[in-house]
Design a protein around this ligand. Structure first.
Ligand code: ZN
Length: 144
């Protein structure tokens, strides 16, 4: 735990997202519009289809996959920080099908909202900027 920073609560937003819109783009767009540069996000709801990713630790590449079916958002959780000085939403989702089978992964563009109830907590008091991390190949929070 080498980069734990103390942060303070900021504004909290609660609402729902538009039917038919892109889930990740809607959340990112809201953060950009409100100037949220640090925070956390949580949501439940349903999607018409999903596009997720799995990070292959050996090849250091995201493997994207599509789930072309209607599913529940059993849980969306993520954080908001900066990449190239712009808000970046990093979210993971657990989705459930009609039999209760769960799928999960890193939320990617291409996930279409059926309905989504969202809470965003913004934070203040520290800057978290994503930079390339040589150990993992990922854009992780800078140590400074
Ligand atoms: Zn991820």
């Amino acid at each position: 735990m080498e980069i734990m920073k103390k942060i303070k609560p900021g504004e909290i937003f609660m609402g729902r997202l538009s039917h038919g819109a892109d889930l990740l783009e809607e959340i990112t767009g809201f953060c950009t519009e409100k100037g949220i540069r640090l925070g956390r996000v949580e949501a439940i709801g349903a999607v018409q289809r999903a596009r997720l990713a799995y990070y292959d630790q050996k090849t250091r590449e995201y493997l994207f996959f599509t789930l072309d079916q209607a599913m529940e958002i059993a849980k969306l959780t993520g954080n908001i920080s900066l990449k190239d000085d712009q808000p970046m939403v990093h979210a993971h989702v657990t989705l459930a099908d009609s039999a209760g089978n769960a799928y999960g992964g890193h939320l990617a563009p291409g996930t279409v909202i059926f309905a989504c109830e969202l809470i965003i907590e913004s934070y203040e008091g520290a800057v978290f900027e994503r930079k390339f991390d040589a150990e993992t190949g990922l854009p992780l929070w800078d140590r400074s």
